[in-house]
Every structure is written in C-alpha cells, then in structure tokens.
Design a protein around this ligand. Structure first.
Ligand code: SAM
Length: 217
C-alpha cells in the first residue's frame, strides 16, 4: 500500500489539473509514478509539494506542474521514441517511460545517472536507456526522435537536437539567460531545419545546461 497515494491525488487536483493540464494519459502517469521514491529519504514528506527539490550535485527534481506541462506538450500517444536531456532523479524519465515506447535519456553527472538507473530498474522500466554525457549533442545513433525534452536551460535551442527531431516531432526546451528562461515547444514541420513552429509555454527557471550548447560549469 502506497501511503502517499492521497498526496499524489491532491497534487494532481490542486497543482496540475487546477492549472489546466488535461491530457488524461499524463494525469494517469503522474498518478502512477511514486514521486517520493525518486528523492532523498530526508525530503520524502516534501515530495508532493508545489516546488522543485534538491537531488544532489546542485541539481533539482522539477516542480510537478512543470513536469506535467512539458510532458503534455510532447503529445505522446504510446508509440514514440523520446530523447530526454537531463535524467536527474529519473522521475520525468519514468513518466515518459509510462507514455512512450522507448526513452533515451542523457545525464552529465554519472552519480545521478546510476542512481536513476537503479530506481528505474526497480520499477521495471526496461524501455529506458540512459547514457552519461553532454546531451547538447543529442544521441545521434538513436535519432530521429518523435519527441525531445530538455530539462536544463540553454542559451539557445541546440542545433543537434533540431537535426535529430523527426519531421512532425516536438521539442520542449527552456531557453534564456542563466537565471530566468521561457519554456518553448518547437514542432518540426519539414525536412528544412528552419521550418519550425515555435510556441511560448510561459516563464520558468531551470538549472543550467552545461556543455557544448550550454554554459560552462
Ligand atoms: N528531469 C529531472 C528529474 O525529473 O529529476 C530533473 C532534471 S534537473 C532540473 C536537470 C538535469 O540536467 C541535471 O541533472 C543536470 O545534471 C542535467 N544536465 C545539465 N546539463 C546537461 C547536459 N549538457 N547533458 C546532460 N544532462 C545535463
């Protein structure tokens, strides 16, 4: 019996549905995945708060609403190949694994990647592959992707990620300066890399993407 089930239901009502998230599959995935098991035991009672939380290495697990907003924007129906940049705690990865066919996730901090691998294996998310490295370059061998999500903020949209997006695919990414950014949804409309529809999903604050298309540490 999951003693946090009620807290998860309340989180969905007050933080996620109340702010306009309607995708039934996203809501179901967030009802299913035990967010409290993806964070340090010492913070377990804050797991369903309306805020990000520290996960070590100066990184954070994103606020539940932001996870919902980004995931809904990816428009996953179940057959997609998804690329995630910034595995972090593995929570967003688990949500993606519930909603898509295959998830490829890149994390630059090896300790976070191995911790995530353990928890994802514990819940039998065998449709997830995790790589340690700089996600700015994407994952060329596994491209194209139907959806790409970047959970760290970049100054601009990394060119490699647009190249690795399938025609019709969605890329959700925060871009801006180091302190404050805008969350964007890009849809690739044709083979032409400039033929992109760009939608503003609102203001946000993410940790920095560190690497080739991001900032220096
Ligand atoms: N989605 C995560 C979760 O549910 O816990 C939260 C991720 S956290 C906001 C952003 C993550 O991006 C951090 O774990 C950070 O180490 C990682 N990161 C930053 N730059 C990166 C890069 N160039 N490649 C891969 N991961 C990167």
């Amino acid at each position: 019996m999951d003693r946090f089930r009620k807290q998860r239901a309340r989180m969905l009502e007050t933080q996620v549905k109340a702010r306009g998230i309607t995708d039934a599959r996203v809501l179901k995935a967030m009802e299913t995945v035990p967010r409290h098991l993806f964070i340090d035991e010492g913070l377990i009672n804050q797991a369903y708060n309306d805020s990000p939380l520290p996960i070590g290495g100066n990184q954070t697990i994103s606020q539940p609403y932001i996870v919902a907003l980004m995931t809904q924007a990816l428009e996953l129906k179940g057959k997609e190949r998804v690329l995630e940049i910034g595995t972090g705690s593995g929570y967003q990865t688990a949500i993606l694994a519930e909603l898509a066919d295959k998830v490829f996730s890149i994390e630059r901090i090896a300790a976070l990647a191995s911790q995530s691998r353990k928890i994802l294996d514990r819940f039998n998310y065998y449709n997830v592959a995790i790589m340690v490295g700089d996600g700015s370059y994407g994952w060329r061998e596994e491209a194209p992707f139907d959806a790409i999500i970047t959970t760290a903020a970049a100054p601009d949209v990394p060119r490699y990620l647009v190249e690795q997006l399938a025609v019709g695919g969605r890329l959700v990414i925060p871009t801006g300066d180091r302190d404050v950014q805008t969350l964007y949804k890009l849809t690739r409309l044709s083979e032409n890399l400039n033929d992109i529809k760009k939608e503003d999903l609102g203001g946000c604050r993410f940790v920095s993407l560190i690497g080739e298309s991001g900032w220096k540490e």
